[in-house]
Design a binder for this molecule. Structure first.
Ligand SMILES: C[S@@+](CC[C@H](N)C(=O)[O-])C[C@H]1O[C@@H](n2cnc3c(N)ncnc32)[C@H](O)[C@@H]1O
Length: 383
């Protein structure tokens, strides 16, 4: 049975829709609601925003982790540090599609590390998945929420507690959780920073472009928009220009207002805000998550050696694959992700990453196949 109408009702990328488990899930939902069939459910999605949110969340994966794509946060910190030094006292941000909160918490730490006082930081954490949003206030992240290096400047704000990382609870006040659909959300003011990462990839092109236009309209004149590495929807918007290293995926208005503070790398790392207690450093981050640059190369060598001894270790392969991505070595990253999928055909993260890498290279059919498989794996896990 084809459920192409679902794409129209939810703005989702049509290739994500139509797997066997997707059909089962929708059929089950139709039964649970006591509806007669697809037409009734399509109408329900149109008039019932909660059901539409639920349906969307069944397909959009709430996967996230702290300092995901750390170059993004590194570059934001540098920019915000300059602005703080130039006298800016407040910073407003939107985490659009925040999932379980790793992104807004990473932003909070980034702004605090740039010297903004807690009272001057305000972050809206928006998502339409209520289950994911429940986790946001906790600021606690387990193994799946910690997959990349915690930058050195951020470790001050993070401590390990048993298996988890916990972000400094004093930053909780900076985050406001809002359950909303980004297509209907109306913010109370403009944002200096908007991150909308790994959300656009799930949307069909017209919806992607519509959402990006909305996001851009919510930016301050010198605001920054960040996307995920596979969210290649904004190339077409002439009023945006990329800035920072290519791996940061940050954009600003092409014609910047006069008085704009350009991005520049500060000579020294910022001191923590006055009066901040010394939090214990995060041992787990150093052990499991290498830093960028030459140290990451060394870590890749180590991983190569370790994998020669234990070639089927998925955690090592995953770490290696992510380091290859961070180093821009896409072919090697693909090899590592493919090896993971060879060992575990339902490895959702590796499948999503393969989809993203294929998309990045313009291989949209291949990307759609990997996304379909990722979706299948995701839905099976939830059953
Ligand atoms: C893959 S997660 C990405 C989380 C985070 N931005 C990151 O990159 O780590 C995508 C999240 O976007 C949310 N989302 C997708 N479409 C949305 C929409 N139209 N409005 C609000 N949230 C949405 C999903 O519910 C999901 O939690």
């Amino acid at each position: 049975m084809t459920r192409a109408w679902f794409a129209g009702a939810t703005s989702l990328e049509p290739s994500l829709i139509g797997s066997a488990s997707f059909d089962t899930m929708i059929a089950q939902r139709i039964r649970e609601l006591g509806l007669r069939g697809d037409a009734d459910y399509a109408e329900r999605l149109r008039i019932d925003s909660t059901e539409a949110a639920r349906a969307h969340a069944m397909v959009a994966v709430p996967e996230t982790w702290l300092f995901r794509c750390s170059a993004t946060f590194e570059t934001l910190r540098e920019r915000l540090l300059r602005r703080r030094m130039a006298g800016q006292e407040t910073v407003r941000a939107l985490s659009a599609g925040c999932a379980t909160g790793a992104e807004p918490w990473s932003l909070a730490v980034t702004f605090a590390a740039a010297g903004f006082p807690v009272a001057g930081i305000s972050i809206d954490a928006v998502d339409l998945n209520p289950d994911a949003l429940d986790a946001v206030p906790r600021g606690r992240f387990g193994r799946l929420g910690v997959r990349e290096a915690i930058p050195a400047w951020a470790q001050h704000f993070v401590r390990s507690e048993r298996e988890d990382l916990v972000v400094d609870p004093s930053l909780r006040a900076t985050i406001t959780v809002r359950r909303a659909d980004l297509f209907t959300f109306s913010p109370l003011g403009c944002y200096d920073v908007i991150l909308c990462r790994n959300v656009l990839i799930y949307l069909a092109k017209p919806a992607r472009e519509r959402l990006v236009r909305r996001l851009v309209s919510w930016l301050t004149p010198d605001g920054t928009l960040g996307t995920g590495h596979a969210d290649n929807a904004i190339d077409h918007l002439e009023d945006l220009a990329p800035f920072g290293p290519t791996g940061a995926f940050l954009f600003e208005r092409a014609a910047l207002p006069s008085g704009h503070v350009p991005m520049s790398v500060p000579s020294a790392p910022p001191s923590p805000p006055p009066g901040r207690r010394e939090a214990p450093r995060v041992a787990v981050a150093a052990a499991t998550a290498p830093r960028a640059g030459s140290r990451s190369f060394t870590r890749r060598d180590e991983l190569d050696v370790a994998l020669r001894r234990e070639p089927n270790r998925l955690d090592l392969l995953l770490e290696l694959a992510e380091l290859h991505v961070a180093a821009g070595e896409i072919a090697r990253a693909e090899d590592a992700f493919r090896r993971i999928v060879y060992l575990d055909a339902k490895h959702e993260h590796a499948l999503v990453r393969l989809a993203e890498l294929a998309e990045r290279q313009g291989k949209s059919e291949l990307a759609a196949r990997f996304r379909g498989r990722a979706l299948e794996a995701h839905l099976e896990r939830e059953e």
